[in-house]
Design a protein around this ligand. Structure first.
Ligand code: NDP
Length: 286
């Protein structure tokens, strides 16, 4: 039996955050200013509050400046857009992150479009998305970038491998498929209308699952020796966090596998920290 090694996102992300921490100190010494991340949250969504807290905590760990702007649920769209405009114009702010989802009366697309692309640390702005698909300079979205980092840390050479991505969202499935394609993997994207999902996933040397359904992928759907990346974040019946991959049945088949929690989640935050540094350097607003 192979018994997949655990891809420890927590440890790998800590090493990245330590690198960022050294870079922050270096940038401050050189330019007299720390990189600054501004996180905006609207309303009281408990999951969003946890995510925002973790992002601010990570920023504090790296020594960069972080600002948290918490706005009431009732904030009118126009006022919210005005807030973003003022952060775009604030030379001391390098990265702007709006925690999604937003209340229904605020149009998410309008908000993402309003963020200056050079401060778009989530990589969601249309010009960054276009940059990804056209192979131009851009800011990559954090979760897909974190997934690539995890795959690289296994030593897996992607060129010529078959990568299967389950899920086709704009924030995970599609961008990670493009990043895998850029690395010369042969990429298949599966989704809710895929006939016989198992037949597709069993072909994967690298399997990335980003669906949001606990236990969707079971051991019989995994090719022996595959690298399995579980992006899902679900709550099971006991309220415990779990992924889309049934870890118990998949680990014996995979060569490497990410746990949930402690896999992709911490990598997303580490990549966010790297994106802030990238924005700082790119803007040259010293
Ligand atoms: P979305 O809901 O936007 O997309 C889910 C995708 O899964 C869709 O493309 C959908 O297909 C597909 N899908 C749904 N059911 C099935 C099925 N039975 N078989 C195959 N495909 C299916 O989700 P996100 O991409 O935003 O997130 C996916 C998961 O990843 C969630 O659990 C989320 O919480 C988690 N996540 C974790 C992050 C992290 O940092 N760890 C970051 C972002 C997300 P279709 O397009 O046909 O509807």
């Amino acid at each position: 039996m192979i018994m997949g090694k655990i891809l420890d996102g927590k440890a790998i992300s800590l090493a990245i955050k330590d690198e960022v921490r050294a870079e922050v100190a270096e940038l401050e010494a050189k330019y007299g200013r720390k990189p600054c991340l501004c996180v905006i949250i609207v309303g009281e969504n408990p999951a969003s509050q946890v995510y925002v807290r973790n992002k601010v905590k990570a920023a504090e760990y790296t020594g960069m400046e972080s600002r948290l702007i918490a706005l009431p649920e009732s904030t009118p769209e126009a006022e919210f857009l005005q807030k973003i405009k003022s952060l775009n114009e604030d030379a001391s702010v390098d990265g702007i992150l709006v925690q999604l989802p937003l209340p229904k009366h605020i149009n998410e697309e309008k908000v993402i479009d309003a963020i200056a692309p050079e401060k778009d640390v989530d990589g969601f702005h249309a010009s960054n998305v276009a940059g990804l698909w056209l192979g131009k300079d851009r800011i990559d979205p954090c979760t897909p970038a974190g997934i690539m980092h995890l795959i690289d840390s296994t030593g897996c050479q992607l060129a010529g491998k078959h990568a299967v991505v389950v899920g086709r969202s704009n924030i995970v499935g599609k961008p990670v498929a493009k990043l895998l394609l850029d690395r010369n993997a042969t990429v298949t994207i599966a989704h809710s209308r895929t006939a016989d999902l198992g037949a597709v996933t069993r072909q994967a040397d690298v399997l990335v699952v980003a669906v949001g359904k606990a236990g969707l992928v079971t051991g019989d759907m995994v090719k022996p020796g595959a690298v399995v990346i579980d992006v899902g974040m679900n709550r099971n019946a006991e309220g415990k966090l779990c992924g889309d991959v049934d870890f118990a049945s998949c680990q014996p088949v995979a060569s490497w596998i990410t746990p949930v929690p402690g896999g992709v989640g911490p990598m997303t935050i580490a990549m966010l920290m790297k994106n802030v540094i990238r924005c700082f350097r790119q803007r040259k607003a010293y």
